[in-house]
Write a protein that binds this ligand. Structure first.
Ligand SMILES: N[C@@H](CCC(=O)N[C@@H](CS)C(=O)NCC(=O)O)C(=O)O
Length: 216
């Protein structure tokens, strides 16, 4: 029997890592979870994936998957009990818009000081165009692409959560009733609670930073 589990390098609050953890959770794949600090990445993770982003999944045959959407698809190709991959093209189209258009505006809204020329409110307005479109979709059906939650829902809601938490009062005042209900439904789900459980920091053979220096 093969007892070697895939290794997941992850950071709890990263939305890309969240979407990967959601798919790994539904697939039921047993993992070794390695919680890391983005500002102090373990050498073992950089050796596996020099680009230095999470999530990184290292398979038992040594293959490395270091794009969140690829991790989702790998897990769901292995086991997709809730048929998240159904209607895949529609999901992929929406995820491409999320990652390619919405996320850059979200970054410049949330982390404006990291971008010299960024006006956070302009980027909030630009990001809101996507959210207004999601709200319209969710007015028509329960999930983003159809009546049932699919890949797009799980790949996108961690980013909408990040947007909402940037200025919760402002978000709560927006006229996005279907979007807010959809986000709340996912954030209250047992699956989300499970993938947000805290793991001890993994430091390999190095020394872990003190409790005080950790982001939780
Ligand atoms: N395209 C990548 C993006 C992953 C990504 O940018 N993750 C962020 C954290 S949310 C990261 O690791 N950034 C590197 C750093 O902050 O040093 C994916 O989908 O996996």
């Amino acid at each position: 029997m093969n007892t070697v589990r895939p290794i997941l390098y992850s950071f709890r609050r990263c939305p890309y890592a969240m979407r990967a953890r959601l798919a790994l959770d539904v697939s039921g794949i047993q993992l070794e979870h390695r919680e890391i600090l983005l500002r102090d990445k373990p050498q073992a993770m950089l050796d596996a994936s020099p680009k230095g982003t999470v999530p990184v999944l290292v398979l038992d045959d040594g293959r490395v998957i270091d794009e969140s959407l690829d991790v989702m698809r790998w897990a769901l190709d292995a086991h997709d009990p809730e048929t998240w991959l159904a209607g895949l093209d529609a999901s992929l189209d929406l995820i491409a818009t999320c990652d390619g258009e919405f996320k850059p505006h979200l970054d410049r809204y949330k982390y404006a000081t990291r971008y010299d020329d960024a006006d956070p409110l302009e980027h909030r307005a630009a990001a809101s165009v996507f959210l207004t479109r999601l709200d319209a979709r969710l007015t028509r059906h329960r999930g983003l692409t159809e009546a049932t939650d699919r890949l797009a829902d799980f790949a996108i809601y961690p980013f909408v959560r990040q947007f909402a938490n940037t200025d919760r009062d402002w978000f709560d005042r927006q006229d996005w009733p279907a979007l807010k209900a959809w986000l709340a439904r996912h954030l209250e789900s047992a699956r989300f609670v499970r993938v947000m459980e805290k793991h001890p920091l993994w430091c390999g053979s190095g020394e872990c930073p003190s409790e005080r220096d950790r982001p939780w």
